[in-house]
Ligand binder design. Sequence first.
Ligand code: NDP
Length: 451
Amino acid sequence: MSYVDEVLELVKQKNASEPEFLQAVTEVLNSLRPVVEANEELYRKNAILERITEPDRQIMFRVPWVDDKGQVQVNRGFRVQFNNAIGPYKGGLRLHPSVNLGIIKFLGFEQIFKNSLTSLPIGGGKGGSDFDPKGKSDREIMAFCQSFMTELSKYIGADVDVPAGDIGTGAREIGFMFGQYKKIKGTFEGVLTGKGLTYGGSLARTEATGYGLLYLTEELIKCHGESMQGKTVVVSGAGNVAIYATQKAQQMGAKVVTCSDSTGWIYDPEGIDVALLKEVKEVKRARLTEYAAARPSAEYHEGNASERAGNGVWQIKCDIALPCATQNELLLEDAKQLVANGCKCVCEGANMPTTIDATEYLQENGVWFVGGKAANAGGVATSALEMSQNSERLSWSFEEVDAKLKGIMVNIYHNIDDAAKRYGMEGNYVAGANIAGFEKVVNAMLAQGVC
Ligand code: NDP
């Protein structure tokens, strides 16, 4: 049995009740087969695959807090510190009722490779809780965040583990957690990223994931002899990633003609009006029907991406498709439609928006496909830039952060392209991303001995 298959078997035995984690490990290790085969003796002797699939530690704890009725509530908190071979653990805190250990392990494992790809010194980790912030008052959110941080503070630190936001953890939650950490430890340090601008946050973090997606996409198509100028782009989502992806694509001279939210989608052949979209989604927090009502050129269609009707954005003829909403929103039939319409490039702004069969179909049909691990790494890269600014006790200008972000994303594209070519898989940017991220971490692990 090959080394990869042996370790996959072992991981399945040890983590049988964690399907998401098993899926992630299977996907990553399968794509690493050529690298592992080329270095099998060295990796086997050093148990590299056994070590990289076993977290350094996983912390689970009770989070008691009092709701507005005076009732004590109890949630479960998690922090999985997966691998710190190249830097302090880094990864978001997800607050969502679906959170469990397997999901946090899957996200922490993926984070190792994404963080490595940024070329910045950050290891992989992830955390969160099954707490649901929806419908809670500000006081309840604060009570939860303070209790959560009271325990988490024992395990994190600016040089140890630096959590960030994720689903359910935005600026408000980061603020409450940061305040509690400071109170408990008595130190003002960059222990969390995604902070407000008045207390150590970074300019351009808001724009980073969407802008970064476009910097990588532009480099990819430039290397294939094309430019963004005049390209028709379809984008899904109307949140943070989608809005800033749309803005940057238009600054580059492309025309973005769609967006979507959890109730419907827009086709606007004149090009999405970003100022209006921001007004509707960021300021009014309203539905896209309001966009359509204010924009005569826009057509509104009911349905979200989890239902078949919602995948309308992928029916629109385009050169480039950027899924930026949610997981599993681009299915095989959508991939077929994109190919039939002549789409040349799909880059993922969201995490796992494209199903595996859709990804394979796109790749088999010559579409340049870059997965989220590489294409949406601009968010975590800019979080690492926030850490650098905190360490220096300086705040960089928007232009400085943006220029660094662009350099990082261009570099990511070339690294994943080179890695795929080195192993005879030219154009397979999914494998290239896993390989490039893996190689750096493994080299550090080998250099640091058995630990
Ligand atoms: P937001 O919550 O800001 O936006 C998500 C958008 O997607 C919203 O407009 C939401 O609609 C829409 N949406 C949700 N579910 C559906 C659905 N089923 N069909 C159609 N639209 C839907 O999230 P972000 O933009 O921050 O994140 C989007 C994705 O990018 C996620 O996968 C996230 O994990 C990933 N990501 C985000 C990063 C970041 O820095 N923000 C970094 C890396 C990855 P509605 O407006 O109705 O809620």
